[in-house]
Write a protein that binds this ligand. Structure first.
Ligand SMILES: [Mg+2]
Length: 165
C-alpha cells in the first residue's frame, strides 16, 4: 500500500513549515487547490493560506498549482497567489506532473514535494512520479460526488493515522 501512503499528514497547509521543507532539501512544491488550499464550500482563498504560499516563495521554494479543476476560479487563485498553474491535470496520471516540473524548470536531482487532500489523486499521483507527498485533511466536507465516494476508501487507508496539528 506504499503508493497510497503519504509521507506526512497534516490538518491544514499552515502546519507545513516552509523553512522545514527547505531544510529537508525540497526546492519545488506542487499544490493541489480544491479542499487543500481552498475549501470547497466557500471557494474563497483564506488569507492565512495566501500568506503561507507567499512564505514558501520567500523561502526560495518554486511553486506551481496542479489541479484537476479547470473552472474560472482556479485561475483567479493562481493570479492571487502569483504562481503558475497546470489545470485539467487528470491526477493521478503522470503527464501534468511532468508539465508542472517543466514549467518550473526542474533540474535532475531537485527534490519535489506535492501537497494535496486526496489519496486517490494527489498521493497516488505523486508516488507514481517518484515524488514526496504531504496529505492535507480536506478543508471542507463538501466535495464532488465521486470524490465523496473515494473518501470512504481513503478513510479505510487512514484508519490508524491522525493528522499532525
Ligand atoms: Mg483536492
Amino acid at each position: 500500500m506504499a503508493f497510497f501512503t503519504p509521507d506526512d499528514y497534516v490538518s491544514s497547509v499552515a502546519c507545513i513549515e516552509p523553512a522545514s521543507l527547505v531544510e529537508q532539501g525540497f526546492s519545488i512544491v506542487l499544490l493541489d487547490i480544491d479542499n487543500t488550499l481552498v475549501p470547497r464550500d466557500t471557494r474563497r482563498l483564506p488569507d492565512e493560506v495566501r500568506d503561507w504560499v507567499f512564505c514558501l516563495k520567500a523561502q526560495g521554494l518554486r511553486v506551481c498549482l496542479l489541479s484537476n479543476n479547470w473552472h474560472k476560479t482556479v485561475f483567479e487563485h493562481a493570479e492571487a497567489l502569483d504562481v503558475p498553474i497546470v489545470y485539467k491535470a487528470m491526477k493521478p496520471l503522470p503527464f501534468a506532473y511532468q508539465k508542472a516540473l517543466d514549467v518550473l524548470s526542474c533540474q535532475k536531482g531537485e527534490k519535489v514535494v506535492c501537497v494535496g487532500d486526496q489519496i486517490i489523486t494527489d498521493v497516488l499521483g505523486a508516488h507514481l512520479c517518484g515524488l514526496s507527498v504531504i496529505l492535507v485533511e480536506p478543508q471542507a466536507q463538501k466535495d464532488l460526488w465521486y470524490t465523496l465516494l473515494f473518501r470512504r476508501f481513503e478513510r479505510l487507508l487512514l484508519r490508524d493515522r491522525k493528522p499532525r496539528l
